[in-house]
Design a protein around this ligand. Sequence first.
Ligand SMILES: *[C@@H]1O[C@H](CO)[C@@H](O)[C@H](O)[C@H]1NC(C)=O
Ligand SMILES: *[C@@H]1O[C@H](CO)[C@@H](O)[C@H](O)[C@H]1NC(C)=O
Ligand SMILES: *[C@@H]1O[C@H](CO)[C@@H](O)[C@H](O)[C@H]1NC(C)=O
Ligand SMILES: CC(=O)N[C@H]1CO[C@H](CO)[C@@H](O)[C@@H]1O
Length: 824
Amino acid sequence: MELSKSSLVVLILTSICYVVQSTEVSYDGRALKIDGQHRVIISGSIHYPRSTPQMWPDLIQKSKAGGLNAIETYVFWNGHEPRQREYNFEGNYDLIRFIKEIQNAGLYAILRIGPYACAEWNYGGIPAWLRKIPGMQFRTNNQQWKDEMQNFTTLIVDMVRREKLLAPQGGPIILTQIENEYGNIMGPYGEEGNQYVKWCASFAQSLEVGVPWIMCQQDNAPQPMINTCNGYYCDQFKPNNPNSPKMWTENWSGWFKAWDKPDPHRAAEDLAFSVARFFQLKGSLVNYYMYHGGTNFGRTTGGPYITTTYDYDAPLDEYGNKRQPKWGHLKELHAAIYMMEQALIHGDVKDVELSKGVWATKYIANGITPGCFISNTNENSDATVDFEGAKYFVPAWSVSILPDCKQEVHNTAKVNVQTSIMVKKPNTAENEPNDLKWSWRPETLRHSLKGLGGSFTDYTLLEQITTTLDESDYLWYMTSVDTKQYVGITQEHEVTLRVNSTGHILYAFVNGHLIGSEYAPNGNFTFMFERKVMIEPGENKISLLSATVGLKTYGSFFEQMPAGIVGGPVQLIGDDFTIDLSKNEWSYKIGLDGEKKKLYLDNPEDKWYDEKLPTKRPFTWYKTKFQAPLGLDPVVIDLLGMGKGAAWVNGNSLGRYWTSYLSSTNGGCRDYCEYRGNYQSQKCQTGCGEPSQRWYHVPRSFLKAGEPNTLILFEEAGGDPSKINFQTVSVGTICATIDQGKTVSLSCQNGQSISKIDITRFGEPEGSCGRFEKSGCDSNEAYFAISNACVGKESCSIQNSENLLGGCKSNSLTSKKLVVQATC
Ligand SMILES: *[C@@H]1O[C@H](CO)[C@@H](O)[C@H](O)[C@H]1NC(C)=O
Ligand SMILES: *[C@@H]1O[C@H](CO)[C@@H](O)[C@H](O)[C@H]1NC(C)=O
Ligand SMILES: *[C@@H]1O[C@H](CO)[C@@H](O)[C@H](O)[C@H]1NC(C)=O
Ligand SMILES: CC(=O)N[C@H]1CO[C@H](CO)[C@@H](O)[C@@H]1O
């Protein structure tokens, strides 16, 4: 057979695609070396289960476009091994597919196997079933723990090796992590902790992955483990060995949110400052924690009292939109760092103090253009300094980057990219009525309220996690008490029911009636429930429903931290007597009736009522049908009016909701945030006194276009579904403040175009995007020129040039900055 020329070309091309390039990863005290070349690594955390496989390529592309060259993730043990030796690597747990998406984008991967993750993840990623193994102690020199840790870690390493995903095999994985932040909590373990660290190191090495292992926050990590730093700033960090490079595995891009907390924000200027400082002081690898935070889908994703959103104020928001200006400002910083990469990782360093708190750092190497940083770590005083014959303005709390030691390419406090304000719009689907039509059904409680249907009994009050092994949030504790037998009560009698709970939520029923509920405020899971209640002469049924809201993620000995009504006491207290029920016969039932029936799957045989839709009714299931919003914008559901519960769309869990939980008002929320000075999570917050989380992400892949979708809610505390509606999230108002001579581009997203220009103004801006105050000088010339260039386009570029000044030329302006505001 004769091969034509073109088919030969095809053959050659195909075979090239199959040539596997092996990548060698090594390191020295300066940086990681990839195929012998020192490299700066700028990485970002994306936790694969906190988004969907359909979102991954876009998230990874936006990370790459933002200037990352690596993606980092933990591996979530309890998601992958929900029951002992039963595995889940499907859907958003498809770890291999996620790593392959990273590889397809041409990025490196950092795999933090742990398998302890923390990550505000349910139980820190540790499977609750480990609690049934006798003698089990987490994260110490305990044989049972080490056996299970070894079993799972080996499974993961074998999987990535089989798929050839390690760098020496031609794969993207350049670093692997064993354990996680153990140094922070190891003190109380004493010598056992030290032994465990040594075991972790030798076990990791025995896996022969062919790439370096890291241990973060582990000052005593044995060689060749590289110890790395996590924190808001790591510029002062020094690894414990001169041959280990300085690497920052968690630079917190923001902070996570809890049900009683306002929304934390970390300014782009401060985040950029921390990264630039790190590279100025010989850092070589930085990882943003998080670059995309995402969503705690499902029931077992979020840790205790962590909201369903894990947005983290990250450069990509929960839904995958670019958060501007953070994303763009960091992109410019990264570009400046890469411009001087060669000098950074080869050069000798010379520091010189230019004025108090203002330092210039010069990286000098033979045959390479030198690179410079000028930092001003003063919190208040801006500086103008002379450096090598030129003058530089370095604002307080900022770093200037001069990749050739002459021209300032980036200053961390000078934001030259657009700010976007996201808006939520009503559902655009055709024929979608304003009000959704609901049906409902009660959760079946009658058996539990009579003490029936328990699966076993015990004469003690059992700890909840060991009892449920986290198969459900809910555990029924049911008992009955014959009051005559105790104190000879002969008529109805008022007593106090007292229940000592270790959290997180308790519903108490006496003789078939809900008599009250209580939840533990954040950070203090122990509470004493007390309610007055009438008891009957003779037999009284007492049923207590205890619910967890995610399991503890962190701390020494955290497997010993209880949940539920462990040990009690549970008492009935009268005027002159106390009946202690703690040693009664208690009957136990795990989970709710509706969970067992899987009502969220909308099985055809389930009966739902269309009449008399109840509101404010605890323990109620609701169902509705809706059309998916048109377009590509991310979809959210507004659950205002609801209490606490869980939501599903077409059988996919959206996670827990708790709309009625308002965030604290004493959190110090403010409109304007000072970015200068050390950041901490309470420094800059919004949303005080508002529902901690009102909108919940419905990934597009959960929805079917053009046919009815099903929403099912389980409402535990009582709510009103009449206000519920679906919305889309898109870019609303966009703004830029452009220095003279500079160019900034403005863009909308998902095919939307700029509809109008709102402001074109010269001068120092007052206020902020969407809320600029009248000041400076409005220019008609700028308005017409920019309208011409931008309106009707998805993106456009604006240069602040002299000719836009027009009539403002004659104004005595303090600044010739151009402020532009537009609407998408
Ligand atoms: C993990 O444990 C199972 C038994 O439960 C065993 O069959 C398997 O070989 C173990 N895997 C490793 C890597 O040790
Ligand atoms: C309540 O329970 C906690 C946790 O088990 C226990 O430490 C505490 O002593 C109990 N309180 C009372 C009053 O018994
Ligand atoms: C936690 O709750 C217990 C029981 O209600 C109370 O005694 C204790 O003072 C609380 N602790 C804190 C730190 O609020
Ligand atoms: C290692 C490190 O930098 N830790 C810091 C993390 O952030 C907190 C809050 O700002 C600091 O107190 C820690 O020192």
